[in-house]
Unconditional design. Sequence first.
Length: 162
Amino acid sequence: MRLYIPSILLFGLLCPCASGAVTPESCAAMEDDNARLACYDTWFASTRSGAAPPATPPEAPQPPAEQKPREADFGQEQVARRTPPSERPPQIEEIRTTITKISQRARREAIYYLANEQVWTQTNYRFVTIREGDSVTIKKARLGGYILTTEKGASTRVKRLR
């Protein structure tokens, strides 16, 4: 407390704000910490009240327009993992479409061709009753991957091919 009172008195004598010319540069030139802090406080208060507005800083660059999630991008991260995270489109939680064609791989895993031109395959062989023309929903699974579910409730784990 003893140092505080002399600092205020010293600030009153040395502060350029008495002449009305408070600038950040004049505050930075002060040796006493308390006087320098009081000078910055005075400068900030004067810029807030509109007495001496500081030079306007350069405008920050505008963020890119927000991308809308597209159905065609659903599951795309399994196809191409080389895209940096900052360039990836926003993710959607599920898609609803119909199956246009079904074929089988060598290990009896089904390949599903969808109406939205995506191709998905089973990741584990499991007999499920899914037919061409069925309406399906593909959702993200809790532990990664995707689950294809029909309106009747049949479901299987799938992976996107293209």
